[in-house]
Write a protein that binds this ligand. Structure first.
Ligand code: UD1
Length: 434
């Protein structure tokens, strides 16, 4: 298992390019289930969760082709034969987003068997709202032996109101609705850009969808979808992580190939914290900091609020800000796993329920720390970039789930970060994957 060795202290300077959004690519790959034709996706990030999704689709009988050479961010999926519409536990346990295949499998084949995802480091991650929506569309769902078995000869359009805003729940039911009989109206939907990305692909495949990106989505079911070629949007969480890397190190970093519009909440907070941010044209943002940061509170919300996927990274920044920052996590009940590791590096953080109180600025000192989940890993990398001395981050496979070649990108900005391979046996990686 790999680890990172990071020597802190360098202000990051230069330009870094953002990869495609993992959280758009995952539902878009699942959308290929909805047609017998080929779906080609461009700008697919090369991260572990995407490999897992390829493995999942292949295990069901799909043909998944990878581009090579200059096309290595392209993948073509053909789901003509779905001989085994099952999402096996061995795969679902390493990536909860595997449950995204539930809706499209029932819509396309009339049946799906999907392992029930367990809890993970950041919270319970139930999929009850996916189930409730599919049942309302006429599916019969039975849960036994750790699997959900869903059947529906033909899904029917329905009026769905989500009890709670859910990103993959909105995506899963949207994919079910596009092939259902009649109209589906979905209310209290997630408005995340990843939902809009998926809807754009589905429309390119012939689906009739209105309102994606708002809280009410209307779908007129169609009898079949065709293939499409679609480019995935840039990853706003990767972009936000680099913005914080520039800010926390007192650097000057331009984040290229991003969508500044998707970063508004993060940009507003970094400006409040005293950094200078310039939007450069339609697809780049520059962050500059003289090293002095002010405390500023955040409260995670659904889009367009401050993303929960940026909370851990922001907390690393808050440890360097002058004063007290309150960090409130409203989306997941247990998303403070990074706190103890930051404290081991010298941060002054107290957690009370869903609120962390961060007293800064703290002088961070390098330490051996453990990554517990994807965004917690990013937080520890950021902290290590300003810590005094050489930090060692274990279990960076968590980071590899969602960040493409992160160490090379950071090296390009002047960071001292090295990947050391195969320190632990792979078995351990699997046991701890979330
Ligand atoms: C997605 C993102 C993840 C991000 C999260 C919140 C992907 C692959 N992952 O996760 O990176 O952190 O959105 O922005 O896109 N809930 C229920 N019942 C359900 C579904 C969700 O109670 O059936 C709850 C969850 O426990 C959580 C909240 O709703 O408290 C939001 O979860 P959700 O938006 O579904 O997160 P994911 O889609 O799993």
């Amino acid at each position: 298992m790999d680890r990172f060795v990071i020597c802190g202290g360098n202000p990051l300077v230069g330009t870094v390019r953002v990869s495609g959004a993992k959280n758009s690519a995952l539902p878009c790959m699942a959308a290929a289930i909805l047609t017998q034709d080929e779906v080609t996706l461009e700008n697919i990030p090369q991260v572990r969760d995407i490999q897992t999704e390829r493995r999942l689709l292949s295990s069901m009988g799909a043909e998944v082709e990878l581009g090579s050479g200059g096309n290595d961010h392209r993948t073509t999926i053909c789901c003509r034969n779905l001989s085994d519409p099952v999402a096996k536990y061995e795969i679902v346990k390493t990536m909860r987003a595997s449950s995204l295949v539930l809706g499209p499998l029932v819509a396309r084949t009339g049946m799906a068997r999907v392992a029930v995802p367990g809890g993970c480091a950041i919270g319970g991650r139930p999929i009850d709202l996916h189930i409730k929506g599919l049942e309302k569309m006429g599916a019969t769902i039975v849960q036994e032996h750790g699997y959900l078995e869903a059947r529906a000869e033909h899904l029917k359009g329905a009026h769905l109101v989500f009890d709670k805003i859910t990103v993959t729940g909105t995506e899963d039911l949207l994919m079910a609705a596009v092939l259902a009989d009649g109209e589906t109206v979905m209310e209290n939907c997630a408005r995340e850009p990843e939902v809009t990305d998926l809807a754009a692909l589905l429309m390119a495949m012939g689906a009739m969808i209105e309102g994606a990106g708002t809280s009410t989505i209307r779908v007129q079911g169609v009898t079949g979808l065709h293939g499409a070629n679609y480019r995935i949007n840039p990853d706003r969480i990767e972009a936000g992580t680099f913005l914080i890397a520039g800010a926390i190190t007192g650097g000057d970093v331009t984040i290229a190939d991003c969508n500044p519009d998707h970063l508004r909440a993060v940009i507003a907070k970094l400006e409040e914290a005293g950094t200078k941010i310039d939007v450069v044209g339609a697809d780049a943002v520059r962050v500059r900091s003289d090293g002095h940061l002010n405390a500023a509170d955040i409260s995670t919300e659904e889009y367009p609020g401050f993303p929960t996927d940026m909370q851990a990274q922001y907390m690393a920044l808050a440890t360097q800000a002058d004063g007290v920052s309150l960090v409130k996590e409203n989306i997941f009940e247990n998303r403070f796993m990074h706190v103890q590791e930051l404290v081991r590096m010298g941060a002054n953080i107290k957690v009370d329920g869903r609120t962390a109180t961060v007293q800064g600025p703290a002088k961070l000192s390098a330490a051996a720390v453990m990554c517990s989940d994807l965004r917690a890993s990013a937080s520890l990398v950021l902290a290590a970039l300003v810590a005094d001395g050489e930090s060692i981050l274990d279990r960076v496979y968590h980071m590899d789930r969602g960040y493409e070649r992160i160490e090379e990108k950071l090296q390009g900005l002047g960071a001292q970060i090295q990947r050391m391979g195969n320190v632990f046996p792979v078995r351990e990686a699997e046991a701890f994957a979330d």
